[in-house]
Each structure stands twice: as structure tokens, then as C-alpha cells.
Design a binder for this molecule. Structure first.
Ligand code: ADP
Ligand code: MG
Length: 699
């Protein structure tokens, strides 16, 4: 079935093959459907007039009503320009043209009333507008009462007359042409429940609104629709999988009970209990669990993972835990071993560095079911790794693994799908988690174990370094250990390494041997050297760990009480928070010191102020979202998950929530969308599942 939205833009009046080619290339717009979704990114309010006196440079545009009082051509050659003095009741502004001088000077007249529009700047203390739009007052007023759309364009497009104004006139034609063909794609119920604008009106009014209210309604409608369909897709994916995949049924759990009764090393927090219950119930349904476990650093995810593992050992199944790095795999191994030892359960590790002989033995014992718990890196995914009966995959640090890798792991059980528990210490705002992990259920540990002293965070400048060093020495004298972290950005690894070594020299001067011992760890070290240096710190042989961000992903040294971060402004908020989480794990008061030069931007100051103000990972994640926008989080841009045209996840939380609830309610009532009143939605969903046909969003 073809529709008008398939039509190539070449067929629009005013667009020949040449212009079409430019638009294809610059904006990836090919069809009427593509073009009509090239929404303006803002509108200019031509209903408002300013006075010359109130104009200032910070305004993005001004519109004056007044009289032209003089006109002259100045300079010659390159510097030739037309200048005009333009007066209203409050003052005089200068208008300047460098191009089309003859044409303009022939067409404007002194003494006539004009409307002038443009970007104001200061020139010699008075307001000046370069290349203003200028129209006789009468014609301008005819057009007034309108918000004019402003479209993204490019230099290349402008050379072909396709600036915002050019696009606007083509768009006006297209909207008229297409309007009769725009079909509603939401139900009457939804439209009336949320008082949404119709699709037809929304499309026409987002381009050419006659009032701000109309524009707002159009934007709201289109955002809602976009998020609604995104959620609907996710939810259907999830329920579809739930129907398909069965998982091992977790029911009787004697081992869990024994551990709980006799070996629990501490009282679990309510949050931990709640999450364990959620997971237990989920794995009891006979369906595969796919769950994201979110918990701030230090919230105690390890013991939760362990108890979940026991639930599967109780069903005579095997479990695995996959971590993104060797160091982190080690930490998990050690963390789990503490608990497993109490039950005399052995744990093995498999990574890229496991020796051939040991590897062979491990693979055999996995296949015959001897090994119950295995911890490792992506080496676990390899085809040679075969389980007898894999029941649960715990995956740490989700964003380092792709969805496909996840699937490759859980599919290693060919009878029933293994349950999946993805753990992340990156606190993701709940609303965003919906968008990112719409296919996963979410559990949150939102409480730290009791008795933790909140980490004290300060921002210190270069000129305070002496005092900072003095403070660190005192901490070391008290028997504590210290991290010093340098930023490392891949592209300039060499330079940063240089920073690290310069830092190392400085540290050795400030903390002379043999009184102080320093470990140095960075990404260029061999795994063995890295491990050696880490172990020295973990065992307490060194008091200072100087590192690039490799320590971000792991290490648990409860005796470490100070985290000093150099050039802190170069880290993102999420990363700073992760780093800070490396301290505050013991009973002592811990500190995080953010060092920067005295010259940093206002944005950086605000970012660091957020760190100083709060320890709450979710609050930080929200702030991060606002600062960077969702596209930057976890490389989502490429994944297509957030392929949004108009909605903005950093500001549209409320709409997202509403859209999700609406999608949920709809599926609850009509899971297959077969009811006649949902025909619109079913059809549209079918259409947008064919991803390549972008225009289908519209029809
Ligand atoms: P993370 O969520 O960062 O993986 P861990 O599981 O490593 O956190 O836990 C951090 C520390 O807190 C560990 O030393 C762990 O034994 C301890 N811990 C976890 N839960 C509790 C609790 N309920 N009470 C006291 N200490 C706990
Ligand atoms: Mg952990």
C-alpha cells in the first residue's frame, strides 16, 4: 500500500532534483513523510514588538516598529556597506547590510514606517542589527498574529535558498497537501482522556500555530504519541518474551533458609529484603526473569546476588556471574566467597587469563554439573563454555555489555531460559530506566546499610593543595589509605599518562619513602602488574593508590578513607559518584576531595557543587541527565533506543510516565490489540515495526 507520504520530495513545487539532492544529503530527508516530520526547533513570536530602549544583546531577536530616518552607503570594496538609522519613540538603532546593497537601498525609503526584525548586538554603545528583515508596517501587520517556525538548516542548504524561511514556504505547501491524508493513530478514549489535539491538527500546528497555546498543545500531543508508542513496543516485547520463555521454577529453598538462619553476617536492610522477595516471586512463576537490579555503590548488591544464586542451587541448577573486567571479577569472587565458604560451596573463576590446563578442567566440570557457581569475564560467553543446567546469569555493570551478549549467555541453557539479573551501580532515574530498559523489570535498593557515615565531599582549588596534602598525611598517620585518581581520556592517553607520571613525581616528593608507599595503576599495565600493584594496596602494604580510572569499576578496600580526584572537572557526574563510592566502605569517616585549578567554567563549578551537596546517587543521576541530556548516557545514541524525534527524556518525565501508564492500561485490557476500538493503534504499531519506513509514524 502506498501513500502520499511515500512521495519523493522532488515532486514538491519549488524543489527540483538539485535541491532535493541537497536535502537528502544534509538532513536524510527523502519523502513527504520525512519532511513533514522536520519539526521547527523553535518559533519566533512576531506578535510581540519591542522598543529600541529595552533591546539588549542577550535577546535572540527583537522586533521594532518605527521610521527610517537616514540611509547611507559607506566604505568601499570588501568594507562597502549600507547603514540606516531607525527610530522609535525610545531611541535610535542602526541597521547594517553588507550584501544586496543596491537592491535594498532602492527598495526602502526614508520617512516611511517599517517593521524591523533581527538579532540585536551592541556597536559603539548603541543597538545595531546586521541584515535585518525589514517590511513596510502595513504588510507586516497583515502577517502578524503568527508564530513563525524556525527550522534547522545547513550552510550548504542556505546556498540553495533553503534557509529557515525557504524551508518554511515549502513546508506550508506540503502541510496543505498532506493534511487531508493524516490519519489519527490514537484511540478516541486516549484523545479524550488527556484532551489531546488530533494528529491532523497537531502536525499542521506544530509548523504553523496561530497561538502559543496551539503550539504547546501540538507539541504535547506529538511527544505523548512518540513516547506512548516507544513504551508500547517495549512492553509488548517484554510480555511477548514472558509468554515464550519458561525459566526454572524456584520454590523450595532450604539452602537459602539455612544461610539466612545461621550464616547471615549482618541484618539485611529493608531494601535488600524487599528486592530479594521481588526476585524470589519473579523466579517462582515458571517464566524467565529479566530484571535490572539498581543499587548505589555500597548498597549491598553482592549478598542479594548471592542469595538469588542459592535459590537456583536449591533447584540443582548452576549459576554464573559475569563482570566487565578481570579486576572486578576478582572482587566478586572474593566478595561471594566470604558467604559461600560458610556453606562450604566452592566458586571458580574463568577469565581470559585462565591457564589452558585449568580451563580444560573448568569446562569439563561445568558441562558435567560439578561446578555450581562460576564467576568470570566475557570469557564466559564463548561457545566452548557449556553448562549442564544454567539457571541464573548475574551480569554486573550492564552498560559494558550489549543486549546480544546478555542473550548469548542466558541462551546457554537449551531446555529453559536462564533467569537474568543485571546489576548496575549507575543510578538511573526511574523514568529513564523505563526508556532504556523497557524490556527489563526493575528492582531498586534505595537504602544504604545502617551505621554508614556519609562521605564528606569538598571542592578544593590548586592554591589549597598544601593544606590538602597535610590532611592526607594525617589520615595516613591514623592508619588509613588513600586513592588519588587522574582522568584518562582514550584519545589522549599518552598525555594523560604523562599527567599521571608527573603526578607520581609530585606525590613522591610530598610523601617521601620509606615513610609512605605508593601503588600506581593504569590501563597500560599488564594484568599481572596491575594485579600486583592492586594487591599491595589491598593488603595494606601501600598507603596511597595512584590510578587512572581503572579503579572505577571495582575494588573494595574498607580501610581507604580518602578519595582525591585530580582535574575533577574533567569527569562526568556519574563517574565522580562511582569514584567516590570507593571510599566510605568501612567504619571510619571518609572524605572525597575534588581538586581543580582556580580557572574552571561555571558549569564545572555547578557540577562539583552537586557532588558536594549530595551523596544520593539518584539525585546525582537526575542532575547528570539535566546537564548532559540522555543521549550521552551510556552510548545510547548509537543503540537506537532513544531514537526520538520530538520528546526529550531529560525534560519530559511527566509525559513519559503518563504515556507508559496509558500503554500499560491498554495492554492490560487488550493484550493483543484485537479490540475494534484499538484498530488504529494496532495498525500504527505494525507500520512502525518496519523500521526503515520512517514516514510511517505519520500515517
Ligand atoms: P555494592 O552494592 O556496591 O556491590 P557490596 O555488596 O560490595 O555493595 O557491599 C558493600 C559492603 O557493605 C560490603 O562490605 C558488604 O559486606 C556490606 N554490606 C552489605 N549489606 C549490608 C548490610 N545489610 N549491613 C551491613 N553491611 C552490609
Ligand atoms: Mg559491587
Amino acid at each position: 500500500m502506498t501513500s502520499i507520504f511515500d512521495t519523493k520530495i522532488d515532486f514538491l513545487k519549488g524543489i527540483g532534483p538539485q535541491k532535493a539532492a541537497v536535502i537528502n544529503k544534509e538532513l536524510s530527508i527523502f519523502t513527504y513523510g520525512d519532511l513533514i516530520q522536520h519539526y521547527p526547533f523553535r518559533h519566533e513570536d512576531r506578535t510581540v514588538f519591542h522598543t529600541i530602549a529595552e533591546a539588549h544583546e542577550d535577546m535572540s531577536f527583537v522586533q521594532f516598529k518605527g521610521v527610517l530616518v537616514s540611509l547611507q552607503i559607506q566604505g568601499d570594496g570588501q568594507k562597502k556597506r549600507l547603514t540606516a538609522q531607525f527610530r522609535d519613540k525610545t531611541g535610535v538603532a542602526e541597521l547594517v547590510w553588507f550584501r544586496a546593497i543596491n537592491w535594498i537601498s532602492a527598495n526602502i525609503k526614508i520617512g516611511v514606517e517599517y517593521v524591523v526584525f533581527g538579532k540585536p548586538t551592541y556597536f559603539r554603545d548603541s543597538i545595531s542589527i546586521v541584515h535585518p528583515e525589514i517590511e513596510p508596517l502595513t504588510t507586516a501587520l497583515e502577517k502578524s498574529g503568527k508564530l513563525r517556525p524556525v527550522y534547522h538548516s545547513s550552510e550548504k542548504m542556505k546556498n540553495f535558498g533553503l534557509d529557515s524561511k525557504g524551508i518554511s514556504s515549502i513546508m506550508a505547501q506540503l502541510v496543505e497537501l498532506a493534511k487531508p491524508h493524516i490519519k489519527e493513530n490514537l484511540t478516541e478514549q486516549i484523545i479524550s482522556d488527556f484532551k489531546l489535539e488530533s494528529k491532523k491538527n497537531a502536525i499542521s500546528q506544530i509548523h504553523f500555530p496561530t497561538s502559543q497555546v496551539e503550539l504547546n498543545n501540538a507539541i504535547y500531543r506529538l511527544k505523548f504519541e512518540e513516547l506512548f508508542y516507544a513504551q508500547l513496543k517495549f512492553l509488548r516485547l517484554r510480555s511477548g518474551r514472558k509468554l515464550q520463555n519458561s525459566g526454572i521454577v524456584v520454590q523450595h529453598i532450604p539452602l537459602v533458609n539455612e544461610f539466612y538462619k545461621s550464616h547471615l553476617p549482618f541484618e539485611l536492610t529493608n531494601a535488600q529484603k524487599k528486592v530479594i522477595r521481588e526476585i524470589y516471586l519473579d523466579m517462582g512463576t515458571g517464566k524467565q526473569m529479566n530484571r535490572l537490579l539498581q543499587g548505589d555503590v555500597g548498597s549491598g548488591k553482592t549478598i542479594v546476588a548471592f542469595i538469588c544464586m542459592l535459590m537456583l542451587l536449591d533447584q540443582n541448577a548452576q549459576v554464573c556471574l559475569m563482570a566487565p573486567t578481570e579486576i572486578l571479577a576478582d572482587q566478586h569472587l572474593n566478595g561471594l566467597k566470604v558467604f559461600a565458604d560458610k556453606l562450604n560451596i566452592s566458586i571458580v573463576k574463568l577469565t581470559g587469563s585462565t591457564k589452558a590446563k585449568a580451563r580444560k578442567e573448568i569446562l569439563e566440570n561445568l558441562a558435567n554439573g560439578e561446578i555450581k557457581i562460576i564467576v568470570g569475564t566475557h570469557a564466559l560467553i564463548e561457545d566452548k563454555v557449556i553448562f549442564k543446567n544454567l539457571g541464573l546469569c548475574v551480569i554486573d555493570e550492564q552498560h559494558k555489555f550489549g543486549v546480544a551478549q546478555r542473550a548469548k549467555l542466558w541462551a546457554k541453557n537449551t531446555n529453559v531460559a536462564s533467569h537474568v539479573l543485571v546489576m548496575t551501580a549507575t543510578p538511573i532515574p526511574r523514568t529513564l530506566a523505563m526508556a532504556f530498559y523497557g524490556d527489563l523489570d526493575v528492582s531498586v535498593i534505595d537504602e544504604l546499610p545502617a551505621g554508614r557515615k556519609p562521605i564528606k565531599t569538598v571542592h578544593r582549588f590548586e592554591n589549597q593543595r598544601l593544606a590538602v596534602i597535610g590532611f592526607m598525611k594525617e589520615e595516613i598517620k591514623l592508619g588509613r589509605q588513600i586513592y588519588i585518581v587522574y582522568p584518562l581520556i582514550e584519545e589522549s592517553e599518552k598525555m594523560d599518562l604523562q599527567d599521571l607520571y608527573n603526578g607520581y613525581d609530585a606525590i613522591l616528593k610530598d610523601f617521601p619513602q620509606p615513610e609512605f608507599q605508593v601503588s600506581v595503576v593504569h590501563g597500560r599495565l599488564s594484568p599481572a602488574d596491575k594485579d600486583f600493584e592492586m594487591q599491595r594496596f589491598i593488603k595494606g602494604e601501600t598507603q596511597i593508590m595512584l590510578a587512572t580510572t581503572v579503579i572505577e569499576v571495582g575494588v573494595n578496600v574498607p580501610n581507604a578513607s580518602v578519595m582525591l580526584i585530580e582535574n575533577a572537572e574533567r569527569f562526568g557526574l556519574a563517574q565522580l559518584h562511582q569514584l567516590r563510592g570507593r571510599v566510605g566502605r568501612g567504619a571510619e569517616q571518609s572524605y572525597c576531595i575534588l581538586m581543580t585549578s582556580n580557572k574552571i567554567s561555571q558549569d564545572s563549578r555547578e557540577k562539583l557543587a552537586t557532588m558536594v551537596r549530595t551523596n544520593n546517587g539518584f539525585e546525582i543521576a537526575e542532575a547528570d541527565l539535566k546537564l548532559r541530556g540522555p543521549g550521552d548516557l551510556m552510548g545510547t545514541q548509537q543503540s537506537g533506543v532513544l531514537d526520538l524525534l520530538i520528546a526529550d527524556l531529560s525534560t519530559d518525565h511527566e509525559i513519559l510516565k503518563l504515556a507508559r501508564e496509558t500503554a500499560q492500561a491498554l495492554l492490560l485490557d487488550d493484550s493483543n490489540l484485537t479490540k475494534p476500538q484499538n484498530q488504529n493503534i494496532y495498525n500504527h504499531l505494525q507500520a512502525i515495526s518496519v523500521k526503515t519506513i520512517n514516514w510511517s509514524r505519520i500515517s
